[in-house]
Write a protein that binds this ligand. Structure first.
Ligand SMILES: Nc1ncnc2c1ncn2[C@@H]1O[C@H](COP(=O)(O)OP(=O)(O)OP(=O)(O)O)[C@@H](O)[C@H]1O
Ligand SMILES: [Mg+2]
Length: 366
C-alpha cells in the first residue's frame, strides 16, 4: 500500500470486489487530479499577470516583487484602502517557494483585542475563562507558509511585543503555556496609514516597525497612476461579463472621461465595484454614463461641472443622495433623527438609504 497501491484484494477474488476496488481507485485518482488542478488555478490567479497596471509605478513594483518573492524577507505593504495590498501579499506568497503551504491572512483590527493573541499564538485549555480546550494558533497553522498581518497598526502594544519575538526568534509561547513553539513562517504585514506617524505618538513600537520594515512596498493610489484606469476597467469589464454571462464590448468615450476625471478615494476596489454596478445595469452592448454609480458622476465643484449637464432624473438622484449623506452626517448616522430633520417618514428614508447603497453606520459619531 505504501508503495502507491490504492487498495488490495483478498483471495479468492470475486468479480464484485474487483469492480469495487477499481472504482475506488478511479475515484481517488480523480480527487488527486482535481486537487492538482485547484492548486494550479490558485497559482495562476496570483501570478504577476493578475496584478494589472503598466504605469512606471507598477512596473517598478513588478521588478521589486520578482526580487523579493523567492526570499523569506519580511515585507511591509503600505497603501490607501483598496490599492491592492492583499493581492500583492498573495502574489508574493504564490510566487515563492512556500506556495504549496498555506497563506493565512488575519485582520488585526477585525478581532477583539483580548482574542487577537490567542488567535495568533493559540492557547492552552483553561488559559482564560472560556478556553475550554487547547487551540492551535495561526502561526502554527501557517507552518512552512506565509502569514499576512493585515492592518498591523491596529494590533495592541502587548501583541506587538510577541510579534517582535516571533520575527526575531521564530518562536512564541501560546497563551497560558510554558513551552515555546518554534515555527518557520514568512511574515508580511500591511497598514493603510503611515506607520511612521504612529511611532511618534507611541501607539506602534519602534523596534517592531524596524523589524517589519526590511522591505517596504508603497502601493500608489489609483489617482496617482491614472494611465492604468482604462486597463483595469477593461479587466473588470471582462471579469463581470464572464460572471454575469453578458456581452458588453466596452465603454462610451464619455464614460472613460468620467473614469479619468474621478479621484477614486476607494482606489481599485471602488473602480471594480463601479464596473460591477455598470455591468449589472447595462442593457445595451456598451456601458453608458447612466449605468455608472452616481458617486462617480456626481457633479463636484472641482470638476467644474454643473447639474444641468445631467438628465433630470440623474440630477435629482444625485442631489437626493448627497442630501441624505449630509443629513446623516449631521445626525451622527441616526436614521430616526435624520428623518425627523428632513421631515419625511423614517421608512421612506430607510428605503432611499437602501436604494443609494448608503451605509448610515459610516456616519456614526465616534
Ligand atoms: N493592480 C490590481 N490589478 C487587479 N486587481 C486589483 C489590483 N489592485 C487591487 N485589485 C482588486 O481590488 C480589490 C481590492 O484589493 P485589496 O483587497 O488587495 O486591497 P487592500 O489594499 O487590501 O484594501 P483594504 O485596505 O481596504 O484592505 C480586490 O478585489 C483586488 O482584486
Ligand atoms: Mg486588505
Amino acid at each position: 500500500m505504501k508503495l502507491g497501491a490504492y487498495d488490495f484484494l483478498r483471495k479468492p477474488i470475486g468479480m464484485e470486489s474487483v469492480k469495487l476496488v477499481v472504482e475506488r481507485a478511479i475515484e481517488r485518482k480523480s480527487l488527486v487530479d482535481e486537487n492538482r488542478y485547484l492548486h494550479k488555478q490558485l497559482e495562476d490567479t496570483f501570478s504577476f499577470s493578475r496584478i494589472i497596471g503598466k504605469s512606471k509605478k507598477m512596473r517598478d513594483l513588478y521588478a521589486l516583487l520578482r526580487k523579493i518573492a523567492p526570499t523569506k524577507t519580511t515585507v511591509l505593504i503600505q497603501g490607501e484602502s483598496g490599492t491592492g495590498k492583499e493581492v500583492v501579499a498573495k502574489t508574493i506568497h504564490y510566487s515563492s517557494p512556500r506556495k504549496n503551504k498555506r497563506f493565512i491572512a488575519i485582520n488585526c483590527g477585525g478581532v477583539p483585542e483580548t482574542l487577537l493573541e490567542s488567535e495568533l499564538f493559540g492557547h492552552t485549555k483553561g488559559a482564560f475563562t472560556g478556553a475550554d480546550r487547547t487551540k492551535q494558533g495561526l502561526f502554527e497553522a501557517a507552518e512552512g507558509g506565509t502569514i499576512f498581518l493585515d492592518e498591523i497598526n491596529t494590533a495592541p502594544l502587548s501583541t506587538q511585543v510577541k510579534l517582535l519575538r516571533v520575527i526575531e526568534e521564530s518562536a512564541f509561547i501560546p497563551v497560558g503555556a510554558i513551552k515555546e513553539i518554534t515555527v518557520d513562517v514568512r511574515i508580511m504585514a500591511s497598514s493603510n496609514i503611515d506607520l511612521n506617524k504612529e511611532l511618534s505618538s507611541g501607539t506602534f513600537r519602534k523596534d517592531l516597525f524596524y523589524r517589519l520594515n526590511v522591505v517596504r512596498i508603497f502601493l500608489p493610489a489609483l489617482r496617482e497612476r491614472r494611465e492604468d484606469i482604462p486597463l483595469l476597467a477593461d479587466h473588470f469589464l471582462q471579469k463581470f461579463c464572464r460572471e454575469q454571462k453578458k456581452t458588453v464590448r466596452g465603454f462610451t468615450p464619455e464614460v472613460v472621461e468620467w473614469f479619468l476625471r474621478h479621484d477614486w478615494p476607494g482606489n481599485v476596489r471602488e473602480l471594480e465595484n463601479a464596473i460591477e454596478h455598470a455591468v449589472t445595469l447595462c442593457s445595451d452592448d456598451i456601458i453608458q454614463v447612466g449605468d455608472l454609480p452616481t458617486s462617480i458622476t456626481s457633479p463636484t465643484p472641482e470638476a467644474g461641472l454643473s447639474a444641468i449637464k445631467f438628465p433630470f432624473k440623474k440630477a435629482k438622484e444625485t442631489f437626493e443622495k448627497e442630501y441624505i449623506v449630509d443629513i446623516l452626517k449631521a445626525n451622527g448616522g441616526n436614521v430616526a433623527k435624520s428623518a425627523r430633520m428632513a421631515q419625511i417618514a423614517r421608512q421612506n428614508l430607510h428605503e432611499k438609504i437602501k436604494r443609494y447603497g448608503i451605509n448610515a453606520k459610516e456616519y456614526a459619531s465616534a
